[in-house]
Design a protein around this ligand. Structure first.
Ligand code: HEM
Length: 473
């Protein structure tokens, strides 16, 4: 249903975005799709056609493989929730991710996935996630001290990735890693780069023995990261077995997870899942925070309101689990940012059975997907879809958004396990940053959104930072 945004003021900031290729529906034939392959490799956001933002379902073939892009919220529910048992991981996505993430939760299937999800889900319960709030605040404040001492002209995108990784690694290992921090950060960046692009050979279904030149660089970084994670886990396990006091972080929770001995995760399962948390859990949050600072730097009313909220938040006086509720505007800005620039912009599966739902008959074997990029800008669902309007996510406006119309964290049994962790992390990081600094976009050219696993700016988002009144730089 088209959301009408109550309490919204006139024309608002429209951040840059590819509008969708022109051309009528009937011209959307195989050859045209084929011509999109360079776009799909370079920037999938530019491969969507304009009409796909207007219609409930679009279907096409790519290298003889049938695809269905679904934007009808009822059909999304029917396929991805009620018939989730008819979905399996799409082969190209697996080919790209599985060699790196192995049996981590994002790429595992069947019993391996079920066992990991069931055992790990309690670790992401509100009680545990709230327990990480102080560590998140501490890590952000230390990072902000470093920022204050450094240059005031920065590229925010790598800075936010670094901060989100430091925060995640504090909650994962409580600083228990001995290796050189700078080297790890480089390895993490290279590991994500290694993950990010589909190799053209994979898209074309080329045989596995053909070397993927785009993939060669990241192997060293990935295996170094895996070694560090495994050794840290083994050392911690030895300490637990010896009855020593250990930090209550993710690692300890993972090592202790499971009600019975047979449910305990092996070191390999823990390694795969920590690597998966690093892959799925820091760049996503970092990208959304980067885009939010960009959007706020162009909407000064929204920025002043967010800064005032951050200033008023008494982090020492109220319990960490109540911080989020004191930040409705910052939260709304973050949610609106994830509408416009969803960090994870595609949920892709292959159908293992036929779907027959009202007017839709979609056969087994179809690659069926939701693109949050398209869904969140769909003309039948969002009024002024291209405009930054955080008030969509406040009060009654928020309630009018259907469950399957806004899906930054996905849906169904494979919904993001880290959603509340990510929301809490973003709220804390943004509150700490906004009370301390003001961020102004500083390049003449606008940033262009490019999808490489996450949606990122093409120019690393240059910004000038200034201290907020009363804050020493
Ligand atoms: C703003 C930040 C984040 C966004 C937008 C996001 C988005 C998503 C989405 C859309 C999915 C579903 C993918 C699919 O069905 O194909 C997903 C799955 C997942 N996410 Fe997140 N995520 C975020 C943060 C995190 C964090 C912080 C963690 C962990 C620390 C995490 C761990 C995972 C895992 C393990 C899965 C796989 C779940 C499964 O298949 O059972 N994510 N995420």
């Amino acid at each position: 249903m088209l959301q009408s945004v109550q309490g919204s003021t006139s024309a608002r900031f429209i951040p840059p975005y590819p509008e969708g290729r022109p051309g009528p529906y009937q011209n959307f034939i195989w050859l045209r799709t084929l011509m999109q392959v360079p776009n799909i490799v370079r920037n999938p956001l530019e491969a969507f056609a304009k009409f796909q933002f207007d219609i409930p379902v679009s279907r096409y073939k790519l290298f003889h493989m049938p695809f269905a892009l679904v934007n009808d919220p009822e059909l999304i529910r029917h396929v991805f929730v009620e018939n989730a048992h008819l979905l399996k991981a799409e082969p190209i996505r697996q080919k790209v991710l599985k060699p790196v993430l192995r049996d981590g939760m994002l790429t595992a299937e069947g019993e391996t996935w079920r066992r990991a999800r069931k055992t790990i889900a309690p670790i992401f319960s509100p009680r545990h996630v709230n327990g990480f709030a102080k560590a998140m605040r501490r890590a952000t404040e230390t990072f902000m001290d470093e920022i204050a001492a450094g240059p005031k002209q920065l590229t925010i995108a790598p800075m936010m990735s670094r901060l989100a990784y430091i925060v995640l690694s504090e909650t994962l290992f409580s600083g228990d890693i001995n290796e050189d921090g700078e080297q790890i950060l480089k390895d993490v960046a290279q590991f994500l780069e290694h993950l990010s692009a589909a190799d053209p050979f994979d898209l074309m279904g080329a045989p596995d023995w053909l070397p993927r030149l785009t993939k060669l660089r990241g192997h060293g970084a990935t295996s170094r990261l895996r070694d560090i994670v495994r050794q840290t886990a083994e050392k911690r396990l030895t300490r637990i077995d010896a009855g020593e006091d250990v930090p209550e972080d993710f690692l300890t929770l993972l090592l202790r997870a499971g009600d019975h001995e047979k449910d305990r995760l092996t070191i390999e399962e823990i390694e795969d899942n920590i690597i998966t948390f690093i892959a799925a859990g820091h760049e996503t949050t970092a990208r959304a925070m980067t885009w939010m600072l960009y959007l706020l730097s162009h909407d000064h009313d929204a920025r002043e309101r967010a800064e005032a909220e951050a200033d008023a938040l008494d982090m020492d006086g109220i319990a960490p689990e109540k911080w989020g509720a004191q930040m409705p505007w910052i939260t709304a800005c973050f949610e609106e940012t994830m509408r416009l620039f969803p960090p994870a912009a595609v949920i892709l599966r292959t159908l293992t059975g036929d779907i027959d739902f009202g007017e839709y008959q979609i056969p087994k074997g179809t690659n069926i997907y939701v693109s949050q990029w398209v869904l969140h800008r769909h003309t039948t669902l969002w009024e002024d879809a291209a405009e930054f309007k955080p008030e969509r996510f406040l009060g009654e406006n928020r309630k009018s958004i259907g469950r399957f119309e806004y899906l930054p964290f996905g849906m169904g049994p494979r919904v993001c396990i880290g959603a509340s962790f990510a929301m809490q992390e973003a709220q804390i990081i943004l509150a700490v940053m906004l009370r301390r600094f003001r961020f102004d976009y500083s390049a003449a050219k606008k940033p262009w959104p490019v999808m490489k696993i996450t949606i990122q700016p093409d120019n690393d988002m240059p910004m000038r930072i200034t201290g907020r009144p009363g804050v020493a730089m």
